[in-house]
Design a protein around this ligand. Structure first.
Ligand code: AMP
Ligand code: MG
Length: 407
C-alpha cells in the first residue's frame, strides 16, 4: 500500500517535533530570511514624539475660532528641539514634515490650504482637530510585540525593526543539511562526461540551490557510487554532522538501489513509497538524531518531492511557524491532461490570462519525470486528485502557484 501524500507530510512534520533548534544572535543586517527565536518587542514608541505629516502651519483651534488670519510667530524644522519654544497666543507656526509638533497645537494645516498675506497666514478651509499630526506610538507602542516568534524575517519586517532602532535579533541557528548523489552514471558538472552512458549530476546542483534559498548550511558529500558499503559509510558520516541528510537516487526497486537498505541497517525507515506522481519512491526516516530524505533520482521527481515534502520539513526544523498559506486556486484547464487513477499528480503548468480575460492553466506538455523542460517555463503545479482520471480541456482543476523557492 502506498502512503497518501497528506499522511506522508504529516509523518514528516511529526518527526520534527523533538528537534528544537538552538538560538543565536545576529546583526539586523544579517537577519534576512532567518527565523525569530523569540518575540520581538518594541523598545520605544514610534514615532517617539508628535510630529507633522505635512509642510504647513501649526495652529490652535481656539485662535482660528477668533480669526482665520494669524501672524507667523516662527518656524520649526525636522530635528529641532522645541522644549523652550515660545508660541504667543493668536499666532501660528510654520512647520515642516517630520518636525516636532508643540503640545498646544490642535492641528497642522497643509500649505496648499493657506494663503500668505502681508499680515500673516490666511486659513482658507475648515480645520479638523488633530489633522496632519502623527501621534506618538501610532506606528509601534513601546513594549508591544512587533514580530511573533517563529517568523521568517523579510525586508519589510526588518525595515520596520530598523525604525525601532533594533540592531540585533535572536534567531534560530541555520539547519545543517548534508547532501550526496548516488549513481555510477554521474559526472560532476564542469567535467567532460565520463563515458557514453554518463550523465551530469544535476540533482546535487539543484539541491544546493534549493538549500541556499532556504538558508541552510550545506555539507556537500559529493557523488557516491552504487556500492552498499560506500553508501552506508556516507550515510553514517552525514548523520553525525547534520540535522537532515538528503540523498538523490537509489531509492527505487532496481538492483543497484541501495539507499533504503542502508537506511534500514543504520537507522529507521518511517515510510518509503507515496501515492504521488512524480516521486513515488521517497524514503523517509532517521539515523540517530539526523532525519533522512532519500529523493528519487529523476530530476523532476527530485524537484517536486523537495518542494512538496522537504521544504515544509526544513521550515519546521528551522523553527518557522507553518502558517504561510500556499496560494491555490481553482481554474479551467485550457489543455487536456493525461492522468492515470491511483496517485496524486503534481503536473507542471502555466497559469495565464486567456484571450477573453479569464484565468486559465495550460500544461507545459509531456510530464515525464526525466523531462526537465516540463518545469522550465512553469509557474504552478496542477494538482490532479488521486482518484481522478484523464482531464478534458474546460474542466476545473486545482492550481498551486510556485512560492519563492522556485522563483
Ligand atoms: P535512480 O533513482 O537511482 O534509479 O535514478 C533514476 C533516474 O534518475 C536514472 O535515469 C538516473 O540516471 C537519474 N539520476 C539519478 N541521479 C541523478 C542525479 N544526481 N542527477 C541527474 N539524474 C540522476
Ligand atoms: Mg541510481
Amino acid at each position: 500500500m502506498l502512503l497518501t501524500f497528506e499522511q506522508a507530510k504529516k509523518n514528516i512534520l511529526e518527526a520534527t517535533n523533538n528537534h528544537k533548534p538552538a538560538m543565536e544572535k545576529v546583526a539586523l543586517f544579517d537577519a534576512l530570511d532567518r527565523i525569530t527565536a523569540e518575540p520581538v518587542i518594541s523598545p520605544i514608541n514610534v514615532p517617539s514624539f508628535n510630529n507633522s505629516a505635512m509642510d504647513g502651519y501649526a495652529v490652535r483651534l481656539s485662535d482660528i475660532n477668533q480669526s482665520t488670519l494669524l501672524p507667523l510667530a516662527g518656524v520649526i524644522y525636522a530635528g529641532d528641539d522645541i522644549s523652550s519654544l515660545n508660541w504667543p497666543k493668536g499666532s501660528c507656526l510654520r512647520i515642516m514634515t517630520g518636525a516636532p509638533v508643540p503640545n498646544e497645537a490642535s492641528a497642522v494645516v497643509m500649505q496648499e490650504e493657506t494663503e500668505q498675506t502681508e499680515s500673516g497666514i490666511k486659513f482658507l478651509q475648515e480645520i479638523k482637530p488633530a489633522s496632519n499630526i502623527r501621534y506618538i506610538g501610532e506606528d509601534a507602542k513601546q513594549g508591544a510585540v512587533i514580530v511573533e516568534k517563529g517568523t521568517r524575517l523579510t525586508i519589510p519586517t526588518l525595515s520596520s525593526l530598523a525604525t525601532l532602532g533594533i540592531a540585533e535579533l535572536t534567531v534560530y541557528r541555520r539547519v545543517k543539511v548534508a547532501i550526496f548523489s548516488t549513481g555510477n552514471e554521474l559526472t560532476e558538472i564542469g567535467s567532460p562526461l565520463a563515458n557514453n552512458s554518463a550523465i551530469y549530476d544535476s540533482n546535487r546542483f539543484t539541491l544546493k540551490l534549493l538549500l541556499n534559498k532556504l538558508n541552510c548550511e550545506i555539507i556537500d558529500l559529493g557523488i557516491i557510487v552504487d556500492d552498499p558499503s560506500k553508501i552506508k559509510q556516507t550515510l553514517e558520516t552525514a548523520s553525525k554532522q547534520a540535522d537532515l541528510v538528503i540523498s538523490s537516487g537509489g531509492v527505487s526497486v532496481g538492483d543497484a538501489d541501495y539507499t533504503k537498505m542502508a537506511l534500514e541497517e543504520l537507522g529507521k525507515v518511517n515510510f518509503w513509497k507515496i501515492a504521488i506522481k512524480p516521486g513515488k519512491p521517497f524514503a523517509f526516516g532517521n539515523i540517530g538524531n539526523a532525519l533522512f530524505c532519500g529523493l528519487p533520482g529523476n530530476p523532476v521527481s527530485t524537484l517536486v518531492t523537495f518542494y512538496q515534502l522537504v521544504q515544509p520539513l526544513i521550515l519546521a526544523l528551522a523553527g518557522q511557524n507553518l502558517t504561510e498559506v500556499e496560494l491555490s486556486l481553482k481554474v479551467k484547464t485550457a489543455t487536456n491532461l493525461k492522468k492515470s487513477i491511483g496517485r496524486l499528480d503534481f503536473q507542471r503548468g502555466v497559469l495565464q490570462i486567456s484571450t477573453n480575460g479569464e484565468l486559465e492553466v495550460v500544461s507545459t506538455g509531456q510530464q515525464g519525470s526525466h523531462l526537465t523542460q516540463s518545469f522550465n517555463h512553469a509557474n504552478c503545479f496542477i494538482l490532479l486528485e488521486k482518484d481522478r482520471g484523464n482531464v478534458t480541456k474546460g474542466e476545473i482543476v486545482t492550481v498551486e502557484l510556485f512560492n519563492t523557492l522556485l522563483k
